[in-house]
Design a protein around this ligand. Structure first.
Ligand code: ADP
Length: 246
């Protein structure tokens, strides 16, 4: 359902992705781990073309885009592709001037052209799911970080994406607020939401991942089940990285 082939991305002289191959089936969860600067966020941002790869291809929800050094991707294709994804950022990025309800309605109205009433109904269902229906009329600044991130998850889901992308969704949170966000993500996993998650929360990663990849210097160093990657890494470098964590 998602297939990435031989993906390359450089920033100037710095080659950040050096030939990445990833396959993910519908309803499965892929977790990306690895040291800081290894290219995790860049890879995640390629899934929705916030970063446009230099080479390789990405297939997602029946649409395949191939990238070459000489060819630019049309804006139309970027928009169609991005509609298949929902992104949850480290720092929530809610619209500050809109209520919680407004945040979860907005994409449905502007992207999906739903009526206000339909968008409102769906937003309330999603807010119920993340346990925040009682905050529908609040503004983001009135919520804790954990609550804001749960709204961001509801907002990302509101447009019915094929895949939800999470960029270190708990790393901006105070430790006591991490659990409530991870719980929501785990619940989505049990409901069969396809997700790609960059995280440093190893216990959570092991719990939620169907497949895990460990990146280093723009390569995939290890790939497999959480058990394969965390308990039986083949490479010495992966062992060293994992030892530093424990
Ligand atoms: P990770 O998520 O594993 O920490 P990133 O994908 O954020 O790694 O970054 C990988 C490398 O690419 C880092 O050296 C980072 O400084 C660099 N990088 C990321 N984004 C940009 C950018 N927009 N411009 C220039 N360099 C970037």
């Amino acid at each position: 359902m998602i297939e990435i082939l031989d993906l390359h991305k450089s920033f100037g002289a710095l080659e950040v992705l050096r030939g990445i191959n990833v396959k993910l089936e519908h309803g499965k969860v892929l977790v990306i781990i690895g040291p800081s600067g290894s290219g995790k966020t860049t890879l995640l941002r390629c899934f929705n073309l916030l970063e446009v790869p230099d080479r390789g291809s990405i297939e997602l929800g029946g649409m395949k885009l191939s990238f070459t050094d000489s060819k630019t991707i049309s804006q139309h294709n970027v928009v169609s592709f991005r509609k298949k994804t929902g992104m949850v950022f480290q720092s929530y990025n809610l619209f500050p001037h809109m209520t919680v309800l407004g945040n979860v309605m907005e994409g449905q109205i502007t992207v999906q052209k739903r009526s206000k009433e339909d968008a409102r109904k769906r937003a309330l269902v999603l807010l119920e799911k993340v346990g925040l229906v009682d905050k529908a009329a609040s503004y983001p600044h009135q919520l804790s970080g954990g609550q804001q991130q749960r709204v961001a998850i509801a907002r990302a889901m509101a447009v019915e994406p094929e895949v939800l992308l999470f960029d270190e969704p708990t790393s901006a949170l105070d430790p006591e607020l991490v659990g409530e966000v991870l719980k929501v993500i785990k619940q989505l996993a049990t409901e069969g939401m396809t997700m790609v998650i960059v995280t440093h929360e190893m216990k959570f990663a092991a719990d939620v991942a169907d497949t895990m990849i460990l990146m280093e210097y723009g390569h995939i160093l290890e790939e497999g089940t959480p058990d394969d990657v965390l308990k039986h890494p083949k490479s010495k470098r992966a062992q060293q990285f994992l030892n530093r964590l424990s």
